[in-house]
Design a protein around this ligand. Structure first.
Ligand SMILES: CC(C)(COP(=O)([O-])OP(=O)([O-])OC[C@H]1O[C@@H](n2cnc3c(N)ncnc32)[C@H](O)[C@@H]1OP(=O)([O-])[O-])[C@@H](O)C(=O)NCCC(=O)NCCSC(=O)C[C@@](C)(O)CC(=O)[O-]
Ligand SMILES: NC(=O)C1=CN([C@@H]2O[C@H](COP(=O)(O)OP(=O)(O)OC[C@H]3O[C@@H](n4cnc5c(N)ncnc54)[C@H](OP(=O)(O)O)[C@@H]3O)[C@@H](O)[C@H]2O)C=CC1
Length: 426
């Protein structure tokens, strides 16, 4: 917990990629092998071939590092694998503002996942539910017996739930949930094995037929939370009054609370931060996406994953809460060499710590988008950085990329490939 002395690397944006990587390796105490894994091409073809099917190669994404994050008093550099410009800059900018007011506060629930066992053909739902509830101790010990390693690590079954659906298109349905503490795993494989192993005994107990045995991605027992407090002074710039920025962010947040059309975009902006961390650590981003959006709709109406308000002194208070089923073991986290290096940069020792970092990143990303949207609009900052993509598409190479991008962003004209091509000719 003491390896990264600071997440504030002066002039990071002006360094070359190699120099940035050296600075990050230095701050995180990486050895040469680990640092090299962050440079790209870290996944050997034979390893990739062992990970999925019909492998023909590997696919690269840019990896950036969000700076300035201070979380629960600890500085952390956050690697992000993402194709979208302005995401890393935006997170770093908000983290700079938040650290000037003390940093982020975060916490995470114990890593409890749900495995669902679907039971059909039950003639008496009450009696079958009772049979499962009365057999809870037996079910728990049989579940634990599936994974002694997990139990030794402090995990294992924490309880059961029985959910009843008397009226479905295929008749009455009972669903047993196994609640399992999966420690530092994402947990899908672990709990799926448990659900499949238990199935015959569940059929004995209920007299029904077990069909699906699979985890739920609505990991609502495994929530991560983060919050921040920012004074109006910290939000003030040459062009903007901090009070106006704070009010704008609160008003933008309210829009997403009440309107699902806005909430979808608002939450996409949150996932702009979270997904790149999930990808960089070799975790399952589809699982995180599914959990986040299902949680956003838990009341029956899709809404925002964050809340924004101003306290009596005008301090902006932002909060986020969402499921965060991330692992440090299992899946690709152990097989992808770059993911291992990323976890070293993050210097986390539990899945819960990683979940907290993800929540803070999501909150920072949301703050950046709302701040831009509520003031100057998204295009100035985003398009200025996107201009480099446009320059590359137009055929610019080397130093011309930045030259063309700067000219594109500086002028009044549109930031388009046609204009970039004209500038390139000039
Ligand atoms: C883009 C900025 C940050 C520019 O903002 P700016 O005011 O031009 O930035 P600055 O030059 O004053 O720099 C401030 C800090 O930003 C960072 N920064 C700034 N530039 C860089 C850079 N090139 N490389 C690395 N870091 C950069 C950096 O931390 C820097 O501090 P420093 O460390 O230098 O002291 C700002 O305009 C912003 O935050 N915009 C929002 C961008 C955003 O949200 N992008 C997401 C994509 S849009 C989308 O998909 C989501 C959306 C919008 O639909 C979600 C929604 O609707 O809610
Ligand atoms: N709907 C979904 O989201 C689904 C996702 N998946 C995939 O499942 C994978 C994740 O499954 P997951 O169960 O996490 O992966 P793994 O099965 O690969 O890893 C979990 C196992 O690692 C071992 N382990 C070692 N150290 C620890 C520790 N500190 N904490 C916990 N376990 C430890 C445990 O037992 P042991 O040593 O005995 O093996 C545990 O069972 C991802 O690739 C995901 O894409 C699969 C199906 C569905």
């Amino acid at each position: 917990m003491t390896r990264t002395p600071t997440s504030r690397i002066a002039g990071m944006r002006n360094l070359s990629p190699d120099a940035r990587r050296e600075a990050v390796a230095d701050a995180a105490g990486l050895d040469a092998d680990m640092a090299a894994r962050l440079a790209g091409s870290a996944l050997p073809l034979p390893v990739a071939d062992g990970m999925i099917e019909n492998v023909i190669g590997t696919f690269e994404l840019p990896m950036g590092v969000a700076t300035n994050f201070r979380i629960n008093g600890r500085d952390v550099l956050i690697p992000m694998a993402v194709e979208e410009p302005s995401v890393v800059a935006a997170a770093s900018y908000m983290a700079r503002i938040v650290r000037s007011c003390g940093g982020f506060t975060a916490d995470a629930d114990p890593p409890v996942m749900r495995a669902q066992v679907q039971i059909l053909g039950v003639s008496d739902l009450d009696a079958a539910s009772r049979a499962l509830t009365e057999a809870e101790a037996e079910i728990r010990s049989k579940t634990d017996a599936c994974d002694p390693v997990l139990v030794e690590l402090g995990g294992g079954c924490r309880g059961i739930e029985v959910h009843r659906f008397p009226d479905t298109p295929v008749g009455p349905m009972l669903v047993l949930h196994l609640l399992v503490d999966v420690r530092d795993a994402m947990g899908a494989n672990s709990v799926n094995t448990m659900a499949e192993t238990l199935a015959p005994r569940i059929e004995d107990l209920t007299g029904g037929t077990v069909r699906l045995r699979i985890l739920s991605n609505l990991a609502d027992k495994r929530l991560a939370r983060a919050s921040l407090r920012v004074t109006p002074e910290a939000l003030t710039t040459d062009a903007l009054r901090g009070e106006d920025v704070a009010r704008g962010i609160v008003e933008a947040g309210a829009f997403a609370i009440v309107d699902p059309y806005r909430a979808a975009t608002h939450n996409k902006g949150i996932m702009n931060g979270i997904d790149p961390l999930v990808v960089a650590t070799g975790n399952d981003w589809r699982a995180i996406e599914a959990g986040a959006h299902a949680f956003a709709a838990r009341s029956g109406r899709y809404t925002a994953l964050t809340t924004w308000e101003r306290d009596d002194e005008g301090v902006l208070v932002g909060r986020i809460e969402l499921p965060m089923a991330l692992g440090l073991v299992g899946g690709a986290t152990r097989t992808h060499p770059a993911a291992q290096a990323v976890l070293k940069v993050l210097d986390v020792s539990s899945a819960g710590e990683l979940a907290m970092i993800a929540a803070c990143l999501g909150l920072a990303q949301n703050m950046a988008a709302l701040r831009a949207l509520a003031t100057e609009g998204i295009q100035r900052g985003h398009m200025a950085l996107h201009a480099r993509n446009i320059a590359i598409t137009a055929g610019a190479e080397g130093a011309d990329v930045d030259r063309v991008a700067k000219a594109l962003a500086a002028g009044d004209g549109p930031i388009t490939v046609a204009r970039a091509q004209a500038l390139l000719k000039d």
